[in-house]
Design a protein around this ligand. Sequence first.
Ligand SMILES: Cc1cc2nc3c(=O)[nH]c(=O)nc-3n(C[C@H](O)[C@H](O)[C@H](O)COP(=O)(O)OP(=O)(O)OC[C@H]3O[C@@H](n4cnc5c(N)ncnc54)[C@H](O)[C@@H]3O)c2cc1C
Length: 462
Amino acid sequence: MKYDVIVIGSGPGGYVTAIRASQLGFKTAVVERESLGGICLNWGCIPTKALLKSAQVYDYLKHVDDYGLKAEAIDKDFEAVIKRSRGVAEGMSKGVQFLMKKNKIDVIKGSGKIKAGKKVDVTDADGTVTEFSADHIIIATGARSRELPNLPQDGKKVIGYRQAMTLPEQPKKMIVVGSGAIGVEFAHFYNSMGTEVTIVEFMPNVVPVEDEEVSKAFGNALKKAGIKVMLNSAVESVDTSGEGVVATVKTKKGEEKLEADILLSAVGIKTNIENIGLEEVGIVVDRDKIIVNDFYQTNIPGYYAIGDVVPGQALAHVASAEGITCVEKIAGLHTEPIDYGNIPGCTYAYPEIASVGLTEKAAKEAGYELKVGKFPFSASGKASAAGTKEGFVKVIFDAKYGEWLGCHMIGAGVTDMIAEAVLGRKLETTGHEVLKTVHPHPTMSEAVMEAVAAAYDEVIHL
Ligand SMILES: Cc1cc2nc3c(=O)[nH]c(=O)nc-3n(C[C@H](O)[C@H](O)[C@H](O)COP(=O)(O)OP(=O)(O)OC[C@H]3O[C@@H](n4cnc5c(N)ncnc54)[C@H](O)[C@@H]3O)c2cc1C
């Protein structure tokens, strides 16, 4: 059972790596212990977006009279919403199964464990162990919900993201700990469905990695939607002995007790690096991540790692890009290291958030002299027509050389607009070039051109 490439884990890192490896002529196998597609397709990106779509449709229905329409007896069926999301995830996983077959990739079911001599032991559901070997072994085992010592997850009342997308009943009250993308997406979904949601965030702003103006605007949007937000606060302990949960929250003003049916812990991820043979082979790990070079080679020749298990943004598109870079390098192609400064990050609550590059604060701290432009969707014809006037596009340029340092968006559909800034930055586009690129009218994307115009005092519609 000898392969050119064995990939352990079939998330967006693993399955994409396997397809690219097969395209490059490698005899490839992928080892998976659960469902093809990993967290992204089964428990992450895709099922959450299916839930959020239901929330969006429901929100539209609730405000249908804003559009001159009438609808009566609007209601939701929580179970059906969950079922739809699971169906979408299942369909995507089947799609990966099809892609594996199409690309002649062997799928080995079971838990993979690497061994010295470029070997992998796979233990199947019956406990049978089979040994495989490959010239190149790529670890793409991903991550799971991180558990804080004072917030152990029982999967029922104190839950992680998996349970949050498969709850048998809709909770009346929910505490969400953490306001990163995962936390606020669930907060938005449950709030839209009618759950009373409180977000507890340790930092002074929600979505704390974003540009401060975006964080503030998003915080206001959460409040407007009826979500309670506790900033500079930390859940110290949680009592699950009663019917629901009682969380003790440390705030700047002192301790507060919060009661709810469910507490969702959304405080980050923990990599799946245990029991996969790293110690036996001697692969170096630091702070929960496998250490690799620019082409994802570990310290032991023939062993590689990509995706959530390595340092860098824990995002599906990053995992895929790393896998492609890794196998292209193995194949001897001229491939460049990934520019981690040009990775877009998206949050799919309402309003959506999308950003790339430096925040204004980071750009200032880096010593740049800035040209900053902002265009609000309240001045956009398309946003007015669509009834989605919240938010803005903010662009940051280096005043000296015109480099596009950062782009930050908040508003309806902005996650589909950020690629313009990512490509522009990749091609080292200047503000002038964006300005001279004719954008279609009426679109939300015109706001990018107008924000750039604002940075150079040429804005038309403000
Ligand atoms: C709720 C949620 C929403 C998210 N939304 C987004 C989003 O909108 N956009 C985005 O870019 N990212 C999003 N992410 C992050 C994204 O899902 C991850 O970054 C991405 O899945 C990482 O890909 P990966 O291939 O490294 O690992 P994973 O997707 O975690 O896949 C790893 C796979 O390896 C398997 N595995 C683990 N150990 C073994 C073993 N020993 N043997 C065999 N198989 C093994 C696992 O079963 C799993 O299938 C979200 C995450 C969550 C939790």
